[in-house]
Design a protein around this ligand. Structure first.
Ligand SMILES: Nc1nc2c(c(=O)[nH]1)N[C@H]1C(S)=C(S)[C@@H](COP(=O)(O)O)O[C@H]1N2
Ligand SMILES: [Mo]
Length: 322
């Protein structure tokens, strides 16, 4: 079978996955990416115009062999309540979000509080490819190739004081462009928080892109949090504020339903949601129908497979701190 070179393929036939995978393969051959990222690519045996779709969803330590979720699924099956409650609504509605200019306030217990233009917030940091499994509390998961930088790098730059124990994040509040904020589904703006050591963990990133391109609006443009060992709702989208605080901050889902969503929300197959099991998950793309838990066939792993974070919770009862 003829293996077409990328230049032989009309651009209309090149999918976002191909562009991304080809670029990574080129960089790997050129020796431009480190061992950890190079190991994240597996070349398939199939000779299908060179479209490797198998990758390793890698944490800093543990590596799970996995198939990347397609660009199509990642960008049309979303939770972003500011743009609708159904999974297909954010991709239809989020075009109204105005992502430029964009500024981010850093305040609270830091030596260097500031209001940054997005460019200045991002520019000093080295961007990295990170393939992470994102596991929604609704028991579906995706494997997403993010582009971003470690949150720890930003935290070191703004220099939290000894009073800073938690980091609180806030999404844009703009009912004019975010139709969901015109009803009281959540107490807007969407809020999330992490303990400072969780925010500093090398797996925790600010993401500005996926599949090698800027984040689509429905995925949280222009900048979002991605924290891969926690349920998806901790990965707050379209952030405008990062506050360093002394006490555990309020979070959108804990406010809305405290018995169902805790502050920690670590992926944990042994602690069920009050209304459904968390033992298994459905891998997005394997079924084209709506969320159906009976199709959840993959065993959910403790900390979503990122076992290197376990030491953050040593001695804590994760049933109590859910
Ligand atoms: N501001 C905001 N951030 C949010 C949400 C939201 O509704 N609003 N949904 C969360 C949930 S429940 C999940 S599972 C992930 C989904 O991210 P994705 O659509 O990029 O896969 O975003 C999280 N971040
Ligand atoms: Mo979610």
């Amino acid at each position: 079978m003829l293996i077409k070179k990328p230049s032989d393929i009309p651009s209309s036939e090149i999918t976002d996955e191909q562009v991304y995978v080809n670029r990574r393969e080129f960089m790997r051959k050129a020796g431009n990416i480190g061992l950890a990222t190079a190991a994240a690519l597996v070349i398939p045996s199939a000779c299908d115009a060179g479209v490797p779709k198998t990758a390793i969803a890698a944490g800093a330590g543990e590596q799970v062999k996995d198939k990347l979720t397609s660009f199509e699924d990642i960008t049309t099956y979303n939770n972003y309540y500011e743009f609708g409650l159904d999974k297909d609504e954010p991709s239809k509605n989020a075009h109204t979000l105005k992502t430029s200019p964009w500024s981010i306030v850093v305040d609270g217990h830091v030596a260097k509080p500031a209001t940054y233009h997005l460019e200045d917030f991002v520019k000093p940091h080295k961007m990295e490819d990170r393939i992470y499994r994102l596991r929604c509390v609704e028991a579906w998961s995706m494997v997403i190739p993010w582009l971003g930088f470690p949150m720890a790098d930003l935290i070191k730059r703004v220099q939290p004081t000894s009073k800073a124990k938690f980091v609180a994040f806030t999404t844009l509040h703009d009912p004019k462009t975010m139709p969901g904020q015109r009803s009281n589904t959540l107490d807007w703006p969407y809020k999330e928080g992490l303990r400072l050591d969780e925010a500093m963990h090398p797996l925790t990133i600010f993401a500005t892109g996926l599949y090698g391109k800027p984040l689509p609006n429905q995925n949280g443009a222009p900048i979002r949090v991605v924290i891969p060992w926690k349920y998806g709702f901790k990965s707050i989208k379209s952030i405008v504020k990062v506050s360093f605080v002394e006490t555990q901050p309020r979070t959108a889902w804990n406010d809305a339903a405290p018995s169902e969503y805790g502050f920690y929300s670590n992926v944990n197959p042994t602690v069920d949601h009050p209304r459904w099991s968390q033992a298994k998950e459905r891998v997005a793309g394997e079924y084209t129908d709506r969320l159906k838990l009976r199709n959840a066939t993959r065993d959910t792993q403790m900390f979503n497979g990122y076992s290197e974070v376990a030491s953050l919770y040593a001695g804590m009862d994760l049933r109590k701190f859910y």
